[in-house]
Design a binder for this molecule. Structure first.
Ligand code: AMP
Ligand code: MG
Length: 517
């Protein structure tokens, strides 16, 4: 492997935990602890995102690739560390969490003048492991690897993934938390992002009253990740930074709603300060449209993190961040202004995406009712969100027929329930498109850029996992390949764009996911 250029600003510029033992503890006054990955017995590369490797200047065919990205070998310039952070989990302050199984290797300078941190998830225990094993299983690693790449190619801000490496070691998990622990194959994903700082990174020093550390963290974040605000006088830079985080989070929520992604665990420790999708756990994709759906069985009782709730949770989480940052502000006005920006930017982004999904180049206020009525129909008819929007572009607007959207229905009951109302809606829609006046080709291009044909349906990921657990990794490679072009029709891949089959409706891994990973 050619030498990577590391420039490890996080560990160089922020205070380290002075204790370098790998023993669990409360870490005070420090942003991270030095810790090395624990070696694994038989690293083997399962998959590489070649465009991420190219961005980083890493040769995936290098002989030591699996060793390095399983944490067994270290390239010059790498330094292992785990970040300290806290978080609100399911609405409650949880105190210190931190990287319990993720170990960063440092920041690579890329050819395009970028900076990307490399982080191994599942690399072994750290001072933040809280009694857990520091490892990750193959199924959750496949899910993180594939989904972060799928999101990137959908145009949704996200951490990325360089590699998926099998460890050769078994990891014991009780998948449904029902008293049936069993060994599973272990794996390690190398995640890649400019920074893995989370809302919880700022909440932890703030909750402890360590304003000096809080200020250093925020100053570091501005200098390294929001440089436009670093030179502003007084509180201005902090205010601009917070408003920017609010705006990015708003756009992220609008994207999730656009593509039908449900994160599943939007705790504040899983909210990126860069507005990226981060920490892929029991996430899921909407098949039949339902704002109340959550994939996370752990959240089944309250459905706090259900699909339709995500924009509200984004706001709630930003309120927690505002609270954490408040010691740096003389008053609350700037923080309130940032939160108000969140609402404005979410509404504008959501309206723009909703219009684009319908192919409307000139959105107008009257579209709100058209969109709300459509969502009502999708829900009442139990229609597949992805197929409906994609196929909507094929409807003949001179003679619209609900039958053109038959593929979106899961059953006859749904079709019968909304058939006539859908026909009436299509007539309204056709009239609206005519009023919009954009030529067919432009409208269809707009729709195809907003409405993917291929998303990582829950059952598709599970099928790839089932095969990989039996030693056949072709399903992972096929999905990685197809999901790199989610907006293109791909000959021969239609089955990967099909409705969820009936067998997958209630299957563990397909519609129900626990946090066990
Ligand atoms: P998550 O739900 O994956 O976002 O994780 C929440 C917290 O639990 C984070 O601090 C993780 O580092 C930690 N954690 C999750 N799984 C493990 C594990 N197997 N070993 C150690 N820490 C873990
Ligand atoms: Mg997390």
């Amino acid at each position: 492997m050619t030498d990577l250029r590391f420039d490890n600003t996080f560990v160089r510029e922020l205070p380290a935990d002075l204790d370098t033992s790998n023993v669990q503890r409360q870490v005070l006054g420090a942003a991270y602890s030095f810790v090395d990955p624990t070696p694994v017995s038989a690293p083997r590369t399962i998959a590489v995102a070649t465009d991420v490797a190219a961005m980083l200047g890493i040769d995936p065919d290098a002989g030591d690739f699996a060793e390095v990205f399983a944490g067994n070998a270290r390239r010059p310039g790498m330094t292992g560390y785990a970040m300290a952070y806290g978080g609100h989990q399911f609405g409650h302050w949880a105190g210190q969490l931190g990287d319990g199984r993720a170990i960063s290797l440092g920041e690579v300078l890329t050819a395009a003048d970028g900076r990307q941190e490399l982080q191994l998830k599942g690399a072994g225990r750290t001072p933040y492991s809280r009694g857990a094993d520091g490892r990750a299983v193959l199924r959750s690693s496949i899910r993180e690897f594939l989904c972060s790449e799928a999101m990137h190619h959908l145009g949704v801000p996200t951490t990325r993934a360089l590699s998926l490496v099998a460890t050769g070691d078994a990891v014991v998990r009780d998948v449904m938390y029902d008293g049936h622990p069993a060994p599973e194959p272990g794996a390690i994903v190398c995640r890649v992002a400019p920074s893995f700082l989370r809302f919880g990174s700022y909440e932890l020093p703030s909750a402890r009253g360590d304003v000096a550390l809080l200020r250093r963290l925020v100053d570091f974040t501005l200098e390294r990740h929001y440089p436009a605000y670093a030179g502003l006088p007084g509180e201005e830079g902090y205010a601009a930074f917070f408003a920017d985080v609010c705006e990015r989070t708003a756009r992220l929520m609008a994207h999730w709603m656009r593509v039908g992604f449900v994160h599943g665990v939007m705790n504040t420790d899983n909210m990126s300060i860069l507005g990226l999708t981060i920490d892929y756990g029991p996430y899921g994709w909407i098949d039949d449209f339902d704002p109340d759906w959550t994939p996370n069985t752990t959240d089944r009782a309250h459905r706090r993190y259900r699909f339709g709730q995500q924009p509200h949770v984004g706001y709630w989480n930003l309120q927690r961040l505002a609270q954490a940052l408040s010691p740096l502000f003389g008053g609350v006005e700037a923080l309130h202004a940032g939160l108000a920006r969140y609402v404005e930017v979410f509404e504008a982004s959501d309206a723009a995406f909703s219009a684009a999904k319908l192919g409307l180049a000139q959105p107008d206020a009257g579209d709100e009712a058209l969109i709300a009525d459509l969502r009502g129909l999708l829900l009442a008819g139990g229609m597949d969100m992805t197929i409906f929007y994609r196929d909507l572009a094929t409807v003949d607007l001179d003679a619209p027929r609900a039958a053109s959207l038959d593929e979106a229905f899961y059953d006859e009951t749904g079709r019968a329930a909304v058939g006539e109302a859908l026909q009436a809606w299509l007539l309204r829609y056709a009239a609206r498109v005519r009023a919009d006046g954009s030529p067919d080709a432009g409208r269809i291009a707009l729709m195809h850029a907003a409405n993917p044909r291929y998303v990582l349906r829950n059952y598709l990921a599970q099928q790839a996992i089932d095969r990989a657990e039996q030693g056949d990794e072709a399903g992972v490679h096929e999905l990685l390949d197809v999901l790199r072009h989610p907006y293109d029709e791909q000959p021969g891949k239609a089955r990967l764009a099909a409705r969820r089959p009936d067998w997958a409706r209630e299957r563990v891994g397909c519609s129900m996911l626990s946090c066990s990973s």
